[in-house]
Design a protein around this ligand. Structure first.
Ligand code: SF4
Length: 240
């Protein structure tokens, strides 16, 4: 069976999602940064509804800093974890004003100084707003799909990013993430992936369209061992 590589995933998904890109609405690097902070544990659709109003009301870091905490909390309430996000936005804007002359910084090292900004948020803002590729934005879709497709065996976000960075041409780092997100939203759902409709149904080691035996041989050997043991256990416990 053909092994799925990053190259194959890029080629296949680029054809399937030629317009894959960041789905948050923004017009300035600050807007994108705020939207990305709001998107943690929230859908981009909900964030876009909230920012439609928010970006008309707040147009600079000064305005986010000046507003009373309770007012900003109310404005972003429906994005969830609003207290934490309000603190992150206000402290980030304070740092931007104090240390970066009011501009969203342009390096990973500087971005990571900002409160509430991790490598994922920094990579999204740097690549989308400035075209600077410094990392792969590894979100929940990216984690799920890269593991299901067998692109990585790592489990932690940071280790998955490092693994994918080694296997992916730098120019495609941001695109790989956009494509995996697009496929995760349309086909490879977290709960019930539509494997029978998926372009990888014949090669993906996690495809439910494969017969169990085929799926087992396409899994990495360690996982094959675990599945074999489970199968035996089931057989022994089933009535004859
Ligand atoms: S075959 Fe199934 S598990 Fe594999 S990528 Fe497609 S939808 Fe996801």
């Amino acid at each position: 069976m053909q092994k799925i590589t990053v190259d194959l995933v890029l080629r296949t998904l680029k054809k399937l999602y030629p317009n894959a890109k960041c789905s948050l609405d923004w017009t300035t690097p600050l807007e994108l940064l705020v939207a990305t902070i709001l998107s943690a544990q929230c859908t981009d659709k909900r964030v876009n509804i909230v920012t439609k109003f928010l970006f008309k009301k707040y147009r600079s870091p000064q305005e986010y800093v000046r507003v009373p905490v309770s007012e900003l909390e109310r404005d972003i309430h429906s994005c969830g974890t609003y207290k934490m996000k309000t603190r992150a936005i206000q402290e980030t804007c304070r740092t931007i004003l104090r240390d970066f002359k009011g501009e969203v910084p342009r390096t990973m090292r500087e971005m990571l100084i900002l409160r509430g900004v991790g490598r994922k948020t920094a990579s999204i803002v740097l690549s989308t707003a400035y075209g600077l590729i410094e990392g792969i934005p590894v979100d929940t879709h990216c984690i799920r799909l890269s593991r299901r497709l067998g692109l990585t065996r790592q489990k932690e976000q940071g280790k998955i990013e490092t693994d994918l960075m080694k296997k992916t041409p730098r120019r495609d780092w941001a695109m790989l993430s956009h494509l995996l997100v697009a496929h995760g939203r349309s086909v490879c759902f977290a709960r019930s992936p539509k494997c029978s409709e998926c372009v990888f149904k014949k090669t993906c080691p996690s495809s439910t369209s494969l017969r169990p035996a085929e799926r087992a041989t396409s899994l990495p050997s360690r996982e094959r061992g675990i599945q074999g043991k489970l199968h035996l256990k089931k057989k022994r416990s089933s009535p004859s």
